[in-house]
Structures are given as structure tokens and as C-alpha cells.
Write a protein that binds this ligand. Structure first.
Ligand code: IVH
Length: 668
């Protein structure tokens, strides 16, 4: 084909494919079969390869995922990306309505929208062409994820008018895609994503756009960054304009004239929510008129003209099929409910810990009961209560065993404890759980060694203690089920790399009773080497602020055991590092930072760093990070969606910073 006809055909194909894409992904009305689309796309790819100069940035071929990036560039938002303040009940909503009416008078109408549970994105179009897409970041500066966003087919690469405009919305992963992705991950022995939101965020944070391209992400646009510039008068007109321009908006929105109508809308969605093909975590209520919005204005963090109603944790009913017993690393026997699998708060739940016998009695749980299940903090599945009215008489009482389900030794109940324990140190279940703990993320962090692989290795008698991990050979691993050449290589590399971990990881991994990750870090910082810690006396240990008597006792006893000494010698002979490698802690006196000597609580979602990163940075400056707010707290740092801790801080009159302030102070 000559250049002129190629050019003509390329434009024709681009237009056709863009039209089909729009019909499929935005109107949800496909007009051609997938096979036809694919064939035309292949033709276009070929032509563009032949004539690369004819490739345009809005060509549908740009969606397949281009070159791998080294890092994401920073993007300063021209208009800040604010977040929303939250309402948790009817009273909060009525308060909001009252504040609005007080400020702008009684002639108000609201737009209610679903609060999509994904991550906020900003899309910039120049003269109609998609030029940049960014994350929210701290609201002022985000990251350039254009290449990843281009792979989302519901984001138009060119809009229907040649406008320069920035639009805001939520990128998310539909429930179906999430389940399919996790299934693949599990088959590959990889850690599944906890929920669709994490999966969407994880996908968009990949430097290789081909990953995002494979993840079936989607988007809903819900606003224009500078709506005033477009000539519209209201938020609802803005949404209509987005539709006209070819963006995907959510059609479940509703204009409400009164707060009663708003409450009704919310009520309706509490019920319909589980049937949606994507997750929502609340309802957003916005004042419709732009002039009223301007009158109400914004605070540093969020607009006064909008509020997010957050749903209470979703509760579902399912059948409790059985109660299983698990033996933990420390010998504690935990009864676990085996549930008829049910979807709750974004994932399928089939087990929930029942903690101990007392709790089972308290809640009067029987095998065969219908139970109400929710996820505490939207993460950990929990049996809330049973439904006695649904009993048939076939339900069975549960009895705690008298012997360990794994090694059959007598179980005992230690004084002052509710838990039953197996105290046989050779109990295989305890050893297996100890191995799982040793490789876990906060311990030696050996990726690729999940519960399944450890159980297999243990079952095959290839590992009996943690030192055996360092003796594993390629041949042994290749013989395991579902272990290919590549995973074996990765695993051996991960095991090798773990030898370089700083001391606290090993200390925590050894599972010394009462020594958690935080104490392990303190011990590593204080003593520097395993040898020094091994020789530490009870008095030296208790002299350290955070080490109590129980822990000191347990540490001394641990190191006295000949088996422990042998194990450590063996680990050392394999080259496992026994020294602390992190920064020396700065004492409050040595530090001149604003954080020095202060007790600080972190709450809510941080956008720029994880909470553990923030904690590390604050501690490096002599601050002390605590888990809960009390009178002793000096400062609370509240990220997005901060809840009860923030409330408590406000009640106690404790100073509160937002993330922006934290970032600023850390820079000083
Ligand atoms: S409006 C200035 N509308 O919720 C107001 N936000 O803290 C900007 N979200 O991560 C937000 N669905 O991305 C708005 N229909 C919706 C939304 C929505 C989800 C997210 C938003 C942000 C968080 C608000």
C-alpha cells in the first residue's frame, strides 16, 4: 500500500476503532463482535509499524502498554485534589444540611453519587487530546501515570470537543476482574490482593504499563477541576458535559431537593450495593449549584459543599459449616469457623477466627447455625452473632478437644489465659507455623515461600527447622508440586537475599515469646549483634524502656536453651547476618527535630508513604510513634478517612496535622 492510501486507511481504522471502543466501554452497547475489533486493530498495528510517522497519540494502538518506565514523574496539580469529610450516620448528614442552609439559604439542591472504592485520578486534555493522567498524591503533587491510564479503555484518548480541560474521577477494578486476577495469583502461589481497591492501586503503580493493560481496570469521572471555565452553572450540568465529551460517568446519580430525599437514596443503596459489579464504600452528597459551592468554599482539606456518607461495615448471613481447630506457633489452639463461602466487603470469605472457647459460649455458636459475618476494619472476617430463629434443631454443640489435634498431647489452660495450649515443643503444627512465621514479611521476608510451599516442604520432611531452609537445593524444590524453573530460581534468590537482613528481622523471625516486631527492632538497636543480646542479663534487658519483665525473662530463657545455641551457630555458618544494619536511634536529647521526644499517633490513609515508612522517619528523628490516642499523645497525624482516633484527638484537644504538614516537617 502506498503512503497516501496507508494514511487514509490508518485514519479510517483509528476512527472506527475509537467509535467501537466508545460504544463498548462507555455506552455499554457493542456494535461489532470482539473478533472484528481485534482484526481491525491488528491491521492498524501493522500499518502503523510500516509507517511509524503516522502513529498519533490518540491511536487505539496506544492502549496496549508501551515502554517500561524507570520511575513516575511528579505532577503538580493546577487545581488541588481535595478529599471529602465523612458522615457516618443520619445525624452527621442533617448537620451537614443545616450548615449548608445556614450559609446559602434554603434554596439548595444536592446531587447524590455512588462513592466508588478505587483511587482518585486526574486526567488532563489539551485541545481535546489526552495528555496527562495523575494520581492524587498529597492533593497538591501526584504522580504521572499517563501510560498506565491509557490502557484503561473507558478513558478516551481524544474527547468530542477540542477543549483544554482537566477532569477528575475514580479508577477501579470491577469485582469480576478482581476475582479472576486473584484466582490466577493464587494458582501461581502469589499473595492475592486484599480487595479491588488495592488491586487497582497496585496495578496503576506498576512501572510496566503492560501490567495495567492486563488488569481490566475501569473508570468513572465525577467532576471537572475548574468547572467555572466551561460555562456550566451546576455540578449536574458538569456531569452532563462529561457525558457529551465522551467520558464515562456513573448513571446512578440523583438530584435531591431535600435531605430526606438524600437519606432515601442512601437507604436504597444500602440494599442494592452488593449487586453492583464494582465496590462502593459510601455515597457522596454535593451541593449542585456552582455559585453556592463557591459561597461555601473549602477548608484546607475538603470542600464544605460536599460530604461522603460512609456505609457501616457490610454484614452478610451465611451458614457455619464446621469449626476447625488450628494450632498456632505458640501452641495456642484457635477454633476457626468454616463458612459457606460468601462475598463480603470486596472478597469471598470462607473462614473466620472464633478466637477461643469462651467466645463461642458467649455468642452461643453451634455447628450448622446461620451466622452474621462482617469484616472488622473491612479486613478481618468476624462472626458477629448467630440467628437463633433459623435453627432447625439439627445444629450441633461444639466441644473443645482435650488433646492437640496435631500431636495428640494433652492440652492445658495456663493460669489467667482463656486459650487452650499444646505445650509439646515437638508438635509438628507449631513447628510448621514457626517456619511460616520465620519467612513472613516482617520477619525474614522470603518471597515465594508462602504457607502452601512451607507446608509441602515440611510434609516432605525437607525442612524441620529454620536452618534447613538454607540447605534446600534446586533439585529438591523442582520436585515440588507447581514449582517451575523460574519460581525455583526466584525462591533460591530470595532465600539467599534473606541472609543479608538486618538483625531485627531474624530476631522477630525466631519467634521468641512476647518479642514482637517492635521489640525486636529495639533489641537490635540496643545490642547491635546477636552475640551481645545472647549475653545480655535480665537486668540489662529490663533497663531498656520498652522491655518489660515478662519479655526479659523470655529472652533469657530462650538463649539458655542448647538447641537455640546450636540453631544460631548453624544459621551463622550459612552466612545469615547477625548484626543490626539500620540507623542508630536518635534519642530525644540528641535530636533537634520538632518530633523529638513527642508521642505521635498516625491514623488514616497516607498518600505519599506507607504508615510504617512515616513511623520509621519519625522515629529516626527521635519521635515515638504510638498505636492509640490518649492523654499522653502530643500529636496526631491524620491521613485520608481518619476515623475514631481523629475524633478522640479532637475531643482531647490534641494537635492534629494533615499529611501535607507531616511531609513538610520531615523535609526540614
Ligand atoms: S468528589 C472535592 N465523588 O472519594 C471533592 N469523590 O475523599 C472530590 N470518590 O479519593 C471528590 N467516588 O476519589 C467524589 N462520586 C465521587 C467519588 C469520589 C469516589 C473518592 C475520591 C477520593 C475520595 C474522597
Amino acid at each position: 500500500m502506498d503512503a497516501t492510501s496507508a494514511q487514509k486507511r490508518i485514519i479510517e481504522l483509528q476512527n472506527l476503532l475509537n467509535q467501537y471502543n466508545y460504544e463498548y466501554h462507555i455506552l455499554d452497547k457493542p456494535s461489532v463482535p470482539d473478533s472484528e475489533y481485534d482484526q481491525l486493530l491488528r491491521e492498524l498495528i501493522q500499518l502503523e509499524e510500516q509507517y511509524p510517522e503516522m502513529k498519533t497519540p490518540d491511536s487505539p494502538t496506544q492502549r496496549v502498554g508501551g515502554a517500561v518506565l524507570e520511575m513516575f514523574e511528579k505532577v503538580e496539580h493546577r487545581t488541588p485534589m481535595l478529599s471529602l469529610s465523612n458522615a457516618f450516620n443520619e445525624e452527621d448528614l442533617r448537620d451537614f444540611d443545616r450548615r449548608v442552609r445556614q450559609a446559602v439559604g434554603n434554596d439548595v439542591s444536592y446531587v447524590c453519587e455512588l462513592k466508588i472504592d478505587g483511587l482518585a485520578v486526574s486526567l488532563r486534555y489539551e485541545e481535546g487530546l489526552f495528555v496527562q493522567g495523575a494520581t492524587r498524591g498529597d492533593g497538591t503533587v501526584g504522580e504521572d501515570i499517563t501510560a498506565n491510564l491509557k490502557t484503561i479503555k473507558s478513558i478516551p484518548l481524544r474527547i468530542k470537543k477540542p477543549l483544554t480541560i482537566e477532569v477528575r474521577g475514580e479508577a477501579f477494578m470491577p469485582k469480576k476482574s478482581f476475582e479472576a486476577l486473584n484466582k490466577i495469583k493464587e494458582e501461581r502461589g502469589e499473595e492475592p490482593f486484599a480487595n479491588p481497591r488495592n488491586a487497582a492501586a497496585g496495578s496503576l503503580r506498576q512501572l510496566d504499563p503492560r501490567i495495567a493493560a492486563s488488569r481490566n481496570l475501569d473508570v468513572f469521572l465525577y467532576g471537572i477541576a475548574d468547572p467555572g471555565e466551561t460555562g456550566i452553572q451546576s455540578h449536574s450540568e458538569g456531569l452532563d458535559l462529561l457525558d457529551e465529551l465522551g467520558f464515562k460517568t456513573n448513571k446512578e446519580r440523583k438530584k435531591c431537593a431535600t435531605i430526606e430525599e438524600v437519606l432515601e437514596y442512601i437507604e436504597g443503596w444500602v440494599e442494592k450495593r452488593p449487586n453492583l459489579p464494582y465496590d462502593i464504600d459510601g455515597i457522596v452528597i454535593k451541593v449542585d449549584s456552582l455559585s453556592q459551592q463557591a459561597e461555601l468554599g473549602t477548608t484546607a482539606k475538603s470542600p464544605r459543599w460536599a460530604i461522603a456518607y460512609k456505609f457501616p461495615a457490610e454484614e452478610v448471613v451465611t451458614k457455619l459449616l464446621d469449626i476447625e481447630l488450628n494450632v498456632g506457633r505458640t501452641g495456642v489452639i484457635t477454633p476457626t469457623a468454616v463458612l459457606d463461602p460468601v462475598r463480603v466487603a470486596g472478597t469471598t470469605v470462607s473462614r473466620a477466627s472464633l478466637h477461643n472457647e469462651d467466645l463461642i459460649r458467649e455468642k452461643d455458636i453451634k455447628i450448622g447455625d446461620f451466622v452474621v459475618v462482617k469484616k472488622a476494619g473491612d479486613i478481618i472476617p468476624e462472626v458477629v452473632n448467630v440467628l437463633p430463629d433459623r435453627r432447625t434443631g439439627e445444629e450441633k454443640d461444639f466441644m473443645m478437644p482435650t488433646h492437640c489435634p496435631e500431636c495428640h498431647s494433652d492440652l492445658i489452660r495456663l493460669e489467667g489465659e482463656v486459650a487452650l495450649r499444646c505445650i509439646n515443643p515437638k508438635c509438628p503444627a507449631q513447628i510448621r507455623e514457626g517456619l511460616i512465621h520465620f519467612v513472613s514479611r516482617n520477619a525474614m521476608n522470603i518471597e515465594g515461600l508462602g504457607e502452601k510451599v512451607i507446608s509441602q516442604l515440611f510434609h516432605e520432611k525437607l525442612i524441620e527447622d529454620v536452618a534447613d531452609l538454607y540447605k534446600l537445593t534446586r533439585e529438591q524444590l523442582l520436585n515440588l508440586e507447581r514449582m517451575g524453573e523460574k519460581s525455583v530460581n526466584n525462591l533460591l534468590n530470595a532465600i539467599e537475599a534473606s541472609k543479608q537482613n538486618s538483625l531485627e528481622k531474624l530476631l522477630f523471625g525466631l519467634g521468641i515469646r512476647h518479642v514482637g516486631a517492635k521489640a525486636a527492632k529495639t533489641l537490635a538497636q540496643e545490642f547491635g549483634t546477636m552475640e551481645a543480646l545472647r549475653n545480655a542479663t535480665y537486668e540489662q534487658l529490663t533497663a531498656i524502656n520498652e522491655i518489660g519483665e515478662k519479655m526479659a525473662d523470655s529472652i533469657v530463657t530462650f538463649f539458655e536453651q542448647p538447641e537455640v545455641q546450636e540453631l544460631l551457630a548453624e544459621l551463622e555458618s550459612f552466612g545469615v547476618n547477625m548484626e543490626y544494619k539500620g540507623p542508630k536511634p536518635v534519642s530525644a536529647e540528641e535530636s533537634n527535630s520538632i518530633f523529638a521526644g513527642k508521642t505521635i499517633v498516625l491514623t488514616g490513609k497516607l498518600e505519599n508513604m506507607s504508615r510504617s515508612e512515616a513511623k520509621e522517619k519519625i522515629e529516626a528523628l527521635g519521635g515515638n510513634v504510638a498505636g492509640s490516642v490518649s492523654k499522653k499523645t502530643d500529636l496526631v497525624i491524620a491521613g485520608e478517612d481518619a476515623g475514631s482516633k481523629l475524633k478522640k484527638a479532637q475531643e482531647l484537644g490534641i494537635e492534629v496535622w494533615n499529611e501535607e504538614r507531616l511531609v513538610e516537617e520531615l523535609k526540614k
